[in-house]
Design a protein around this ligand. Structure first.
Ligand code: CUA
Length: 348
């Protein structure tokens, strides 16, 4: 190679490496990614940026070489000769095998270290059972004896999820935590995260699990330690929003019907204007206090509603399949709250 060519290659390489480094460390990708709300998210995003920096350099090298070849070696007008015969180039082949091998190995080692780090088991994590079923998420706090359809977590405390499924394979996906993990029937999977940001973030199902898959959505509320404790003390029913003082005396803050409707996850599948929900998996419930009375012979609206909650398959609205609504609300909703929910729906 001519000296000038070697010099050009060295300068270009240095410029590209500097560019890759800038992409990996300086470019703000927050417009591209969900909120970064856990320690895991910070590590995963750092890995993402490193890979983005390497990918940008490879893209420029490959496309640059292509563009250079197209321009530099294009056919001149009137030139009808055949191109020079080429029988391979061992040096070139070794170089373009070795460099990618080294890059893949480096990314592999780095990924492994990130994975080992985020999966490290902390001392005394808050244990939360994550139970997936068609088409609702249920979160159990074994120590407090609380069950909720909205995930509540205290900020800054390590959490150990125990993920399981009651029916088919689902996938527990919290984009803001950079967490996606299958919920598999017959096994319990553990997952460690530490939330770092107070706020409300979406929880989704990322595995096609049936007709209501798209509606299998809830939220995680990351709260200050005090507000989380207030929520635990309320028995896990009250949606305690950040900024409110939280429930103080039992009874004072009895949740209203709309809150219960949302707390038990009904809104994921049912539209109810008063509760502000727009689920389309099950029938819309606006006006059920009126039309509910005509559905089953001898049942008024309240009886029909109660029966539909505790034994959903007893009467199936035409146009909807059976076995979609969870069959276990009778055991999950305390009777006082069931009464409140029924009378609320009967008044819609
Ligand atoms: Cu559960 Cu998709």
């Amino acid at each position: 190679m001519k000296e000038r060519t070697i010099f050009t290659v060295i300068v270009l390489s240095l410029v590209l490496i500097a560019l890759g480094y800038l992409v990996a460390t300086q470019v703000d990708f927050s417009w591209l990614l969900p909120a970064e709300a856990s320690t895991r998210a910070v590590q995963v995003d750092r890995l993402f940026r490193a890979m983005m920096g390497i990918a940008v350099v490879i893209f420029l090298v490959v496309e640059g070489a292509l563009l250079y070849a197209v321009l530099r070696f294009r056919r001149k007008p009137g030139d009808e000769r055949e191109g020079a015969p080429i029988h391979g180039n061992n040096t070139l082949e070794i170089v373009w095998t070795l460099i990618p091998a080294v890059i893949v190995a480096v990314i592999g080692i780095y990924s492994y270290r990130v994975l080992a780090d985020v999966e490290k088991k902390p001392e005394n994590p808050l244990v939360v059972r994550v139970i997936a079923q068609q088409f609702v998420w249920t979160f159990e706090y074994p120590e407090a004896g609380i069950t909720s359809n909205v995930l509540h977590l205290p900020v800054g405390q390590p959490v150990q999820f125990q993920i399981e499924s009651r029916d088919v394979i689902h996938s527990f996906w919290v984009p803001a935590f950079r967490v996606k993990h299958d919920a598999t029937p017959g096994q319990i999977d553990e997952l460690i995260i530490t939330p770092t940001e107070i706020g409300t973030f979406p929880v989704r199902c990322a595995e096609l699990c049936g007709a209501g898959h798209a509606a299998m959505i809830t939220e995680v509320e990351v709260e200050s330690v005090e507000n989380f404790q207030a929520w635990i003390d309320s028995g896990g029913v009250l949606p305690v929003s950040e900024g409110s003082s939280g429930p103080t005396e039992a009874g004072n803050n009895a949740p209203d019907g709309a809150q219960l409707f949302i707390a038990f996850g009904c809104g994921a599948c049912h539209t109810l204007s008063d509760a502000g929900t727009a689920g389309i998996v099950g029938p819309a419930l606006d006006g059920i206090g009126t039309w509910g009375a005509e559905r089953v012979e001898g049942q008024d609206a309240a009886a029909y509603i109660r029966n539909s909650i505790i034994e959903p398959n007893a009467f199936i609205e035409s146009g909807y399949p059976p076995n979609v609504m969870p069959q276990d609300f009778a055991s999950r909703i305390p009777s006082e709250q069931l009464d409140a929910l029924v009378s609320y729906l009967a008044s819609r």
